[in-house]
Design a protein around this ligand. Structure first.
Ligand SMILES: Cc1cc2nc3c(=O)[nH]c(=O)nc-3n(C[C@H](O)[C@H](O)[C@H](O)COP(=O)(O)O)c2cc1C
Length: 170
């Protein structure tokens, strides 16, 4: 598979089967997150793994959608703000960028393994922080449901802007 084919294979999966994700597949996917690049190689991230009923109940409360509850496993991607690089010229915190790269590594690695994921940022981050009792320096930035695709899983029709619209030679 070329990189483009993998990028095209990944889509937001919003229907999962109950089949558990094997430890081998999970470890492979997490390893792909671990080796992601980050600003100054600070690696300002922490991933919480929810797969027990108790942990899943907590995470599901922060994004109460029926499709989300079908995922047998959810990763909570957190930015460690005390570890992220702040650009000296303007203090811009690069933690958002770093967590996004690691998260997309997860999504692409899962797709390569034939598994599904979906980026979820429209969740209640404050409630998540509270329910998971996260440390003060950590911000829950993204939920990543992970699992095998249900038989009815289908990509929603999406379009992308043409290259001419998003690239300008300067
Ligand atoms: C930063 C980010 C946040 C997102 N948050 C959500 C979300 O909260 N809920 C959801 O259903 N999809 C969410 N998505 C998925 C997007 O809707 C989806 O990636 C986009 O529509 C393109 O579709 P595709 O992923 O199937 O190619 C998010 C995607 C990104 C990159």
């Amino acid at each position: 598979m070329t990189f483009k084919e993998l990028a095209q294979k990944r889509y937001s999966v919003r229907s999962y089967s109950t089949e558990p994700v094997s430890d081998e597949q999970l470890n492979y996917i997490l390893e792909c997150a671990r080796i992601a690049p980050s600003a100054v190689n600070f690696q300002p991230w922490h991933f919480y793994l929810a797969r027990t009923e108790e942990a899943l109940q907590k995470v599901r409360q922060t994004y109460p959608r029926s499709w989300f509850a079908t995922a047998p496993l959810v990763l909570v991607g957190c930015i460690c703000h005390d570890q992220s690089w702040h650009r000296p010229t303007d203090q811009k915190d690069h933690g958002d960028i770093d967590i996004a790269i690691a998260t997309e590594h997860i999504c692409l690695a899962a797709a390569e393994q034939g598994l599904g994921t979906c980026w979820v940022c429209n969740f209640d981050a404050q409630l998540c922080h509270q329910l998971l009792q996260l440390p003060d320096n950590e911000e829950a930035a993204v939920l990543i449901p992970l699992g095998h695709l249900a038989a009815d899983a289908q990509p929603r029709p999406t379009t992308r802007k043409p290259l001419e619209e998003i690239v300008t030679e300067i």
